[in-house]
Design a protein around this ligand. Sequence first.
Ligand SMILES: [Zn+2]
Length: 302
Amino acid sequence: MPRCTTPQTLSREITISGHGLHGNRPCSVRLVPVASPSGLLFVHTPTGTEIPAKADLAGDLVLATTLVKDGVRLQTIEHLLSALSGLEVEHLRIEVDAEELPILDGSAAPWVDAILEAGVQGLEGRRRFMKITRPLEIRNGDRWIRALPFDGFRLRYVIDFPIPALGRQSRELSLTPEKYRRELGAARTFCLAQEIDMMRARGLALGGSLDNAVVFGADGPLNESLRYEDEAVRHKMLDLVGDLALLGAPLMGLVEAHAAGHAMHVALAQAILADPGCWEWTEDAEPANVSFFFHPLVAQPA
Ligand SMILES: [Zn+2]
């Protein structure tokens, strides 16, 4: 399915309220359609601070993606950005009345459902894609992420945790809005039970519970059930889609990540933006021969 070639916003406003995963404070988000293509713009309503969803404004990246501008922080933006990017809604005003977005059920599904219910609206002009023309990699020991040329938008992700309940998971996917909704959107954030004390000591995950996260103990998830057998790696891909939205434009390329996280996702987005020699603008969204693509340098995940 070719990607949408028209810039899109929402057909009507949406308001969603909840509480933050890390600060556990109440918060409310209003998604407001825009009249012309202008990207995704956050507005912190108590101060009126406008913060564009751009990688160069990303700050604190421990267990969430945070935008920082003029001393104002907006934390845990990645699941909303993921839903918007996954559904190709890239032009919107996002008003937030707190310093963190609601965690809801820990996935992007409540955002996806609300967006689909409101409907999307085409805007004037053509959608422009950032087409990767040269490989670009960020590596930290055996954790790495890279962007490679590819006619389409494809993700390949591998995680490898040293507990049997999680272990090694890998998944690969060419993204369309329908595949995003079906395969990634409902995957919940997760953590290891053994990490919870450490996170709380650092003031993180204070609003976390089995209602908004999957917690993996030594013998398996403490939750009653998983939404997908490999829900963890799917959530990492959901996070990656959200973090790549900080490019400010849709990507055309293959992104591979191995044991990465928000910091590496955002570092890749920053590296792409900083190196215009590795990508070019294109309006041609038609994927060519997707099914036969295989990058020879990369071993297929087991
Ligand atoms: Zn997440």
